[in-house]
Design a protein around this ligand. Structure first.
Ligand SMILES: Nc1nc2c(c(=O)[nH]1)N[C@H]1C(S)=C(S)[C@@H](COP(=O)(O)OP(=O)(O)OC[C@H]3O[C@@H](n4cnc5c(=O)[nH]c(N)nc54)[C@H](O)[C@@H]3O)O[C@H]1N2
Ligand SMILES: Nc1nc2c(c(=O)[nH]1)N[C@H]1C(S)=C(S)[C@@H](COP(=O)(O)OP(=O)(O)OC[C@H]3O[C@@H](n4cnc5c(=O)[nH]c(N)nc54)[C@H](O)[C@@H]3O)O[C@H]1N2
Ligand code: SF4
Ligand SMILES: [Mo]
Length: 698
């Protein structure tokens, strides 16, 4: 592999904390050692620290699963190497055939929240102008869509954390709902240390997660509410804030609308009722409310409360609680959601979502269409309307009226999508699956054409982290073999498809175009350029041309035209799936420190695999013994979708009515064979966090 000179100041390829690192070429390298040395770099989010995944990230650069040549599936199911011309021409032929038979929408695109801003932008533009399809959505639908929908309703703007993470350092109380940063963003714990030391770390999680363990010995509070009862919990907390006279009246009068309707909507959630539904004692609820009302408090949500069929309303209830207490937009306090993927924030702003155009604009808005069409140099009427959200898009694969040809850029849905067995079956029905990836992962293995790309350390671009900070990803190495940049692939395909729009391949040029397309939109990047990002000053969007960085967008006003935040009353609903027989348990899924998402990348790293080689289920000792199970025994987890087996680990910190499975493992170890594809009616986010299973000894 050819290498350029070392010392690139870049950021980790994985999560939204976007820890800063420096990549250097080792002076000498023993066989088997990574191509680059990784060093943590001082930066506000990570202060020089990295987690295990970050430290080992360079191992993936030349991992055995790397693809470096275009691959085309043969009739016998094997892959043959192809030239770029052969592979791209084949893709174009397949697109034309699919659209000739089924119309423009017969071709779909599934994107990812790990793509740089430039690639996410180009992918959305590619779908609308080169493919002319409305059928584009992405894995952020699985991740951020409920929190985003709630924030848009309340604040008129969706920026995950509307403040820099360093603001949390001075917090005295932090209420973390369904978020486990001790495993999912370890360096972030540094920002919670002040609250923890003050006894104000409050964690809501049905299991004693690594984060909940930080509250041991009475230095904080762990509420092990029953899975899927967070909405009731939050309604109950809001009731108590009002009942105990803890509402910040001055704030509510000056900065919000809709208080009266909210007050009525929580009237019936008196503490004893809330306790009965959630399993959290009423005196604990009172203690939480008192702490939150003492000031210097933050409320943060994670996937544990959002990945439910009522996830939007649950996030909304968390915002309502925060508004009652006067937290959002107040110095020293706040509300936010913990964005997950590396570019989970930017990925939801630049147009890979079914209903969106760049700048977080609505694709149904005629003015937005006209603005973006002018930047793209196309007729506004040629831009398709809204498509369908992720679960529906994946389910439509190979179905009548659905997509017969699908592009996947930056996701591994046969492992990470809900009810993954059905997704795999749907993909088998596709005429053509095109996967653009740097690894031959689980989804790529099913592809008809695999297009090999550069990975993180081999490309330039920008990412937007969990605090809305725009960062530079920098290239430290040439891509291996024939791997090409994704921008080049999109440009080549667009040209061959006769796209009316022009596609640049240089990230900086694309960033300039993205800025123009976003100008005047909610996520306005038009004032940002690469030179600025190379400096030391933090850059947070919105940043309009001629304007400045916005670290705290709600400091003076919220995003609605009247500048006020809206209380949006919400109601508790029954979960689509709830244990109803004594032998049924809640299945909760989530993450391990060592693995990232579908595991496509981290399963390539021997050190991480040695630590977590396969699926292990966690359950309470009583639950296990009632089924004749002991530590290490293999149990069978079953529901009407699938049945999988896994060894068990006993943990007295998990609720006895709940079992936990990580979703990082492939094949028969895939937790998503059991999860439900029921979705939230507002955000279309699937219900990853509550399915029903029975458990028996194998
Ligand atoms: N190591 C690692 N880090 C990651 C990732 C990864 O895959 N691995 N992925 C990144 C991404 S994309 C994301 S989105 C973030 C996710 O980060 P988190 O939201 O922290 O991760 P999860 O483990 O999915 O869920 C958090 C917690 O929710 C709890 N939970 C489950 N059901 C419920 C419920 O009904 N109510 C409540 N209150 N809690 C519940 C789980 O027990 C779990 O401890 O992590 C990012 N960082
Ligand atoms: N049961 C259960 N399932 C879940 C969740 C859960 O909590 N429980 N969480 C959900 C959440 S929050 C998320 S975010 C999803 C994530 O799950 P996925 O969408 O599957 O995400 P990854 O595993 O990160 O897959 C990324 C793939 O894209 C490739 N890739 C990385 N960077 C790039 C790039 O720049 N370009 C291209 N073309 N490819 C790239 C990687 O090699 C890998 O193959 O999983 C969801 N699934
Ligand atoms: S916390 Fe996230 S960004 Fe930081 S090193 Fe770990 S995976 Fe990378
Ligand atoms: Mo995510």
């Amino acid at each position: 592999m050819e290498r350029t000179s070392g010392g690139a100041r870049t950021h980790c390829p994985y999560c939204a904390l976007q820890c800063a690192m420096t990549l250097t070429e080792p002076a000498s390298r023993a066989p088997g050692e990574p191509l680059l040395e990784v060093a943590g770099r001082d930066f506000p989010t990570n202060r020089g620290g990295l987690c295990k995944k970050g430290w080992t990230s360079a191992v993936v650069l030349d991992a055995p699963g790397r693809v470096t040549v275009p691959l085309v599936k043969q009739p016998d199911g094997s892959f043959a190497e192809a030239s770029w011309d052969e592979a791209l021409d084949l893709v174009v032929d397949r697109v034309r055939a699919a659209q000739a038979a089924g119309g423009a929408d017969a071709v779909g695109v599934f994107g990812g929240g790990g793509l740089t801003n430039e690639k996410a932008y180009q992918l959305g533009k590619f779908a609308r102008t080169a493919l002319r399809t409305s059928r584009i959505d992405y894995n952020g639908r699985f991740c951020m869509s409920s929190a985003a929908a709630a924030a848009n309703r309340a604040f008129g703007l969706d920026r995950g954390l509307p403040f820099p993470v360093t603001d949390l350092d001075a917090a005295r109380t932090v209420l973390l709902l369904g978020s486990n940063p001790a495993d999912t963003m370890p360096p972030f714990l540094g920002h919670l240390e002040g609250a923890r030391a003050a006894g104000g770390l409050i964690v809501v999680d049905p299991r004693r997660s690594s984060t909940a363990r930080l509250t041991a010995d009475g230095v904080g509070i762990h509420l092990a509410a029953a899975p899927g009862t967070d909405l009731a919990l939050l309604l109950g907390l809001a009731h108590l804030v009002i009942a105990e006279g803890l509402v910040d009246r001055a704030y509510v009068d000056a900065r919000t609308s809709g208080f009266e309707a909210l007050r009525r909507s929580v009237a019936e959630w008196w503490p004893e009722r809330t306790a009965a539904v959630t399993g959290v004692p009423a005196d604990r609820l009172r203690e939480v409310v008192r702490r939150l009302a003492e000031g210097d408090a933050y409320i943060l949500t994670g996937r544990g409360v959002e990945q439910h069929a009522d996830g939007t309303d649950t996030a909304q209830a968390a915002i309502n609680l925060a508004l009652l207490l006067g937290l959002p937009g107040t110095a020293g306090s706040g509300y936010g959601t913990m964005t997950g993927q590396g570019n989970g924030q930017g990925g939801r702003e630049h147009g890979q979502k079914a209903d969106q155009l760049p700048g977080y604009r609505s694709i149904a808005d005629p003015a937005a269409r006209a603005h973006v069409a002018a930047v793209w140099g196309v007729d506004p009427d040629s831009i398709p309307g809204p498509g369908v959200p992720a679960v529906q898009l994946l389910e439509s694969a190979g179905a009548p009226g659905g997509v017969s040809c699908l592009f996947v850029h930056g996701s591994n849905p046969v492992i990470s999508a809900p009810n993954a067995g059905a997704v795999r079956a749907a993909f088998a029905r596709l005429d053509t699956l095109v996967v653009c990836d740097f690894l031959l992962g689980d989804t790529a293995a099913l592809a008809d054409v695999v297009l090999p790309i550069a990975q993180w350390a081999e490309e330039d671009g920008t990412m937007t982290n969990l605090e809305g900070r725009v960062l530079r990803r920098r290239r430290a190495l040439e891509p291996p073999g024939q791997a090409r940049s994704e921008l080049w692939i999109l440009a080549e395909l667009a040209r061959r498809l006769g796209s009316a729009a022009q596609f640049d391949t240089d990230p900086e040029t694309v960033f300039g175009e993205l800025g123009r397309a976003s100008a005047g939109g909610k996520a306005d990047y038009s004032g940002i350029d690469y030179r600025m990002l190379d400096g030391d000053e933090p850059v947070h969007w919105p940043f309009p041309a001629g304007g400045t960085s916005t670290p705290r967008p709600f400091a003076e006003r919220f995003g609605h035209p009247d500048g006020l935040a809206k209380f949006v009353p919400v109601k508790r609903r029954q979960n689509p799936e709830t244990p109803s027989r004594p032998d049924e348990l809640w299945l909760v899924t989530g993450r391990l420190l060592e693995h990232y998402q579908s595991g496509a990348q981290t399963r390539q790293v021997p050190e991480l695999m040695d630590a977590r080689p396969r699926l292990v289920a966690t359950m309470h000792p009583t639950t296990a013994s009632a089924r004749g199970l002991a530590e290490g025994d293999t149990a069978v987890f079953a529901n009407h979708r699938a049945s999988i087996s896994a060894p068990i680990a006993l943990d007295a910190g998990i609720r006895p009515d709940t079992v936990f499975l990580p979703f990082h493992f492939p094949g028969g170890d895939s937790a998503n064979l059991l999860t439900s594809d029921a979705v939230d009616p507002t955000s279309s986010m699937p219900e990853f966090k509550s399915a029903v299973v029975t458990v028996a000894k194998a």
